[in-house]
Ligand binder design. Structure first.
Ligand code: UD1
Length: 362
């Protein structure tokens, strides 16, 4: 069985790593990584391949940046060419980025089966490009691999046949557990942020990159103002995404000295920081889940989440994007007792194993 495993943007790399590793255990499977090139900077791409110990992609499509249409189109054209030449039996896409949508559409038109890892998540917020990507991908998916129960509900409500929906758990968490183990045997002095962490025993870890938060001056200034106020109480460690960096410069956003601006970090170094944070503040989807798995309180800087289990479990709180709501969520979260948190069903490090069990037995 010839399988293409698609990755394009930073949050894809941690999802494909355990799926790829598990594939190598099955002799009848030839699984090749296809990198679309959506993310291309060393810190956004290659560093992750090294950190996550996945081999170089077999195919690199070099799509690069651009408007949504340009980026998606470039990926589609290049992937169509590749599928025409290589004719895989199955294309596995993960998450909700432009590469996910582009490759699933191309594969389906070649009558190649599509498996979507992280299917069924819905924010109901059609202003998010990711929501559109999720809906389009799921409308043509053959195998729905679901991370939480809300995914099953959403897909069945949309009329998807239950026999194609597989509640396998969360591959992000497979990767998290394996990286945690590796981190235990890593000398943390190799991280550039080692000193920063040692000097600041209590800190907040922040990530921020959603277009809705950083691409509009008023929204970004409002969030920055909340962060500057919170940073008076605790330092904030903030690895800055390239999109965010561009907007900080363009809007001349100022952060107090207690907001420690860092370059984008590799997976392990990022984990090294956030796992011991007093609180994580983020607009990322993945971190909402990873913090839940480790019981680290999280304030999500958005009005909604497609990952409701993280709220039900209690680790995650929607902080919204207004100064007052962010500060209120911060104060509430700091009072939480992390020992009370449970881990969602099937977030046990075995999702990739279940995925291959389904693919090979269907
Ligand atoms: C994309 C995903 C988003 C995901 C995020 C994680 C879509 C629609 N969005 O958003 O879901 O959460 O990745 O990072 O797929 N850039 C660089 N170097 C790079 C990549 C990008 O400098 O290696 C800059 C470019 O100026 C580019 C901008 O960042 O225009 C945005 O990149 P893009 O991939 O279009 O979107 P992200 O905001 O990264």
């Amino acid at each position: 069985m010839k399988v293409f495993l698609i990755a394009g943007a930073r949050p894809n790399f941690m999802k494909i790593a355990p799926v790829y590793r598990e594939a190598t255990k099955h002799k009848q499977v030839q699984c090749d990584i296809v990198h679309t090139g959506q993310h291309y900077d060393y810190e956004m791409s290659q560093a992750f391949f090294e950190d996550l110990e996945i081999p170089e992609p077999k195919f690199f499509l070099e799509a690069g940046s651009g408007s949504h249409a340009v980026q998606t189109a470039k990926i589609m054209v290049a992937f169509e060419d590749l599928c025409g030449k290589e004719r895989p039996d199955l294309v596995i896409v993960v998450g909700d980025v432009n590469s996910t949508l582009a490759c699933s559409v191309v594969a389906k038109k070649f009558l190649i089966k599509v498996a979507h890892v992280e299917a069924g998540l819905r924010s109901r917020d059609m202003t998010m490009p990711e929501e559109i990507n999720r809906i389009v991908t799921d409308s043509i998916t053959d195998y729905f691999f679901v991370t939480e129960e809300s995914g099953i509900k959403n897909l069945t409500q949309e009329g998807k046949p239950i026999e194609r929906i597989h509640f396998v758990g969360n591959v992000m968490i497979d990767n998290l557990f394996s990286q945690l183990k590796q981190l235990e045997s890593t000398d943390s002095r190799c991280f550039a942020t080692h000193e920063l962490k040692t000097e600041n025993p209590t800190y907040i870890f922040l990530t921020l990159h959603r277009p809705a938060n950083v691409d509009f001056k008023d929204s970004f200034e409002e969030i920055a103002s909340a962060l500057n106020q919170i940073a008076e109480e605790r330092p904030i460690f903030f690895p800055v995404h390239p999109r965010t960096k561009k907007m900080i410069d363009q809007f001349d956003i100022t952060f107090s000295n207690n907001v420690k601006l860092l370059p984008p970090l590799g997976f392990k170094e990022s984990l090294f920081l956030w796992k011991n944070a007093a609180l994580v503040m983020t607009d990322s989807g993945g971190l909402q889940e990873e913090t839940t798995a480790l019981g680290v309180p999280c304030v999500t800087l958005r009005e909604n989440t497609e990952r409701p289990i993280t709220i039900q479990i209690g680790t995650n709180v929607l902080g919204g994007t207004k100064k007052t709501s962010i500060i209120t969520a911060y104060r509430e979260s700091m009072k939480k007792n992390r020992k009370e948190f449970l881990v969602p069903p099937k977030w046990d490090g075995k999702a990739s194993e279940r995925i291959w069990e389904v693919i090979l037995n269907c």
